[in-house]
Design a protein around this ligand. Sequence first.
Ligand SMILES: C[S@@+](CC[C@H](N)C(=O)[O-])C[C@H]1O[C@@H](n2cnc3c(N)ncnc32)[C@H](O)[C@@H]1O
Ligand code: SF4
Length: 359
Amino acid sequence: MNLYVHIPFCPKICPYCSFYKEASDRNKTQAFLDAVLKEAALIPFQPQTVFFGGGTPTALSSKQLEYLICGLQARLDFSQVREWTVEMNPATVSLEKARLLLGLGVTRISMGIQSWDVELLQTLGRVHTAVQAEHSYDILREAGFSNINLDLMFGIPGQTIRQWEDSLRKTIALHPEHVSAYCLTYEEDTEYFLRLGKGIYRQDPENEIALFEITMTLLEKGGYQQYEISNYARPGKECRHNLAYWNGADYIGLGPSAFSTMGPSRWSNFASTSQYIQQISEGKDAASFREILSPEIRQSERIAFGLRTHRGVPSAWISRHQKKVDEFLKLGLLEMEEQTVRLSRPGRLLADSVAAELL
Ligand SMILES: C[S@@+](CC[C@H](N)C(=O)[O-])C[C@H]1O[C@@H](n2cnc3c(N)ncnc32)[C@H](O)[C@@H]1O
Ligand code: SF4
């Protein structure tokens, strides 16, 4: 069993981001923390991994983080936790906060760098500078964190190959244990999506493929294994929480917009902090959506996620698409080893299209 906690506050809203979040609101924070603790008490369980995501969990003050963490530990049994990640934005890191988190049991930090390029950070509307991001990384090391992920994005409007190579090289030089490199997606209901619609931005799939190839090459050379399409880790530093999720393990999500899956049941909470707080405080259901997943849907999800990882999937799972599998093997988009099928390196460039044919 795995635990996800969604903290919906951010120091500043980025124009490309579609995660459920809002600008930090002092008047709501305490009620939000109490609602999460009340929700946690409803389903007692022993998490093996914990992930605080968002939004920006460290938009909370040290006191608020302590209140939340101690409250969760009083309600849930944390004795089996083997990995505990907290997402951070470089603008919300302090030595005091980092030491507090480490002392309370957090084992892993995931920090959103996105780019080390001064101009591109402005294009992205980030609240931090590159200098501040590096300083925050140093603070995390100084506090004693030995498992750090850095998030990067490629395909940013105006980004050149050179700029991306520089960002990758700078990242590798810092020796984080894990790197997530995402291709920027123009998500509906974002400022970026509007700009794309107006023709201010333009997508360039060929450039995205070139940037993705460079990502794989440089990070592999730097000692990272690509264990999922967008995720690279030093040996033994794969994110256990995400692996559990991709393997179809059960997880409980607390907080607004959080998803949960337990056996065949899936539900998601109201994607509104105010409504989430209201539902919980009135003793009502925090979920706005519930469904029972058929065995076929669960299996399709396991195939889709499995194909994106380096483990691949047992060939028996996709044998009903044998003709397509043979075709992709011949084209060199899939590889087969001991009855396991996985995406080849060229196949990873076309991951979504290949997976779509095999579900
Ligand atoms: C929820 S954010 C957490 C980190 C923290 N809030 C921050 O931004 O520093 C997780 C990551 O998702 C990625 N992300 C957000 N919006 C994206 C988009 N439209 N396309 C691709 N990646 C995106 C970013 O790399 C970001 O660091
Ligand atoms: S990218 Fe991170 S900081 Fe920016 S709006 Fe999204 S969650 Fe908040």
